[in-house]
Design a protein around this ligand. Sequence first.
Ligand SMILES: Cc1cc2nc3c(=O)[nH]c(=O)nc-3n(C[C@H](O)[C@H](O)[C@H](O)COP(=O)(O)O)c2cc1C
Length: 176
Amino acid sequence: MSEILLGITGGIAAYKSAMLVSKLVQHGCGVSVVMTQSATELIAPKTFEALSRRTVRTSVFHTDRIYAHIELARQADLFCIAPATANILAKAANGIADDLVSTLILSFDGPVLFAPAMNTAMWNKAAVQRNVRQLREDGALFIGPENGHLSCGETGAGRMAEPEKIVEEILRHIHP
Ligand SMILES: Cc1cc2nc3c(=O)[nH]c(=O)nc-3n(C[C@H](O)[C@H](O)[C@H](O)COP(=O)(O)O)c2cc1C
């Protein structure tokens, strides 16, 4: 059984990650979900616990597993961050590890797939594009973002790739 680590950060597209977990489980993957504090403001960890049938972890310190920030990385075949905020891209591009999701990005040595989602102005910002370039150079994988309707009411680049496409991309990498 393939093991997917799914990091959910604080973008409104986090609601679509529920479908992503459900589809991965239906494909026979084991899915462990980790969330940032911002993500828990937008969608409840319980939703992901119900869909993955596993504990969802949100903190390096307040967790049932004292070495969660290392052990979750050891058991994963691929680490997908969906949605990936501008903030997590900046942290990952600079090796910052100040919460569970960003710490796991450093402790994981397999493929990391980012599915960015944000407002068009944020996505086009030089700093964000610089961070994406740096991450690509460092070997990170990306899917999207796509053009389309954004929850802020605008239309443009920044929409998270659809869960079906993210699942296809994940499966392509773990079963080449
Ligand atoms: C309703 C709402 C929606 C948000 N959507 C996004 C988003 O799609 N992309 C993004 O980069 N930030 C978004 N933010 C801002 C992030 O939540 C904020 O930058 C936060 O610090 C990100 O923290 P994290 O990367 O640790 O999850 C949103 C904030 C709110 C209140």
